[in-house]
Design a protein around this ligand. Sequence first.
Ligand code: PXG
Ligand code: PLP
Length: 454
Amino acid sequence: MYNDLGHIDPHAAAGAPAITPAGKAAYWMPFTANRQFKEAPRLVSGADGMFFRTPDGREVLDSIAGLWCVNAGHNRPRIVEAIQRQAAELDFAPPFNMGHPKAFELAERLVQLTPPGLDKVFFANSGSEAVESALKIALAYHRARGEGTRTRLIGRERGYHGVNFGGISVGGMVGNRKVFGAMVAGVDHLRHTHDPARNAYSVGQPAHGAELADDLERLVALHDASTIAAVIVEPVAGSTGVLVPPQGYLQRLREICDRHGILLIFDEVITGFGRLGAPFAATRFGVTPDLMTCAKGITNGCVPMGAVFARDAIYEAFMTGPEHLIEFPHGYTYSGHPLACAAALGTLDTYAEEDLLTRGSRLEPMFAQAVHSLRGLPHVIDIRNLGFVGGIELEPRPGEPGKRAFSVFLDCWEQGVLIRTTGDTIALSPPLIIEEAQLQRVIDTVAAAIRRVA
Ligand code: PXG
Ligand code: PLP
């Protein structure tokens, strides 16, 4: 079990039973077909750079950055060291009425990366918590300014904003909503922007659909602007199959929000930290929201953390009552946790040293060319890309939605490549360190899998 240096040698465990029957029975797995998975578990026990390692010693090329989060690749030394050092120095610090220096240092570093004006940051522990926090900030902001009638939240069809009650209420993934009753009241939805009839195989942003932003005018006409607090959208929808915004759409949404005093929230849990070739999607699109959520890449996925960025004016709207009173009654035990802050600082150092937050813009033509080379394969009906995100949509098998793409996922796993599927769309979202030859291997493996099993 131990190598010469006294470290646990993962390869020495090869062949050992990786999980026990009791463990299998006990663990209720998230967003997983539990019974199917437990029949044939897929396990990883180590990782390095672009690769996962399985308990039986196989290397698996990671084309999805874990779960859209490991943007600098796995087990990066600066981040590992930062976490180790922090764990030995300060394990926990209460975040209410107390602080620790790294939370302030991280806040300062983060707001240097955000678009000008988004200069305040509130910490949470996941994308879902960041979304809840942003929605609550929006509601409380209007009330603080004497516009307490603005309570309605607007999401968008096919949106994903995590799994908590606010997030599923504004979200638009039917399967994540329908079993949970009435959810948060007073929510409405814009139409989604997916329009394959006009936009299939667009390279980068599709040409058609900016006018879909006018759906917000329809909701304003229906509910009246004085009842609407905020609109939340993903700049590029990830979980529902890589939906890239039509040219001009986000700009138009911004204009309509401004006209009606509605806050615009960008959920950048996936698009943040270099995924689109810029620090944030807001940077890339030149559209600054009022609130912006992030998670995942903020710590390179190493320690859970989420955050909300807010415009100065939003923060200042809260800073009005008596100074001894809590201005915003919200926060988590683990907001700004020392380990997460250390991991985030190590992550930002790694991004900066390797220029990773803009690498996706330099390599976008290569990435686009690679994913669009899959056009023409059997059952492929659309391909979408932006930055380091690609979506390859397959025609569903009749009566079995999702199964075709999932069979491709299983085949790729057998061939040593981890991809992600959502519905019948294959999503590629690799660590930003990916080399061209590795991307080509991903593409070749996906192509072979589509030919073999789709
Ligand atoms: N907002 C967006 C836009 C996301 O993509 C969340 C919120 C929630 O974050 P947490 O950290 O609470 O999971 C996400 C998360 C997938 C997939 O299959 C995507 C996410 C999570 C898990 C799976 O595409 N995104
Ligand atoms: N439930 C109970 C009973 C609690 O005491 C707390 C926090 O103190 C929570 C939930 C919320 O936990 P967290 O702050 O980790 O979100």
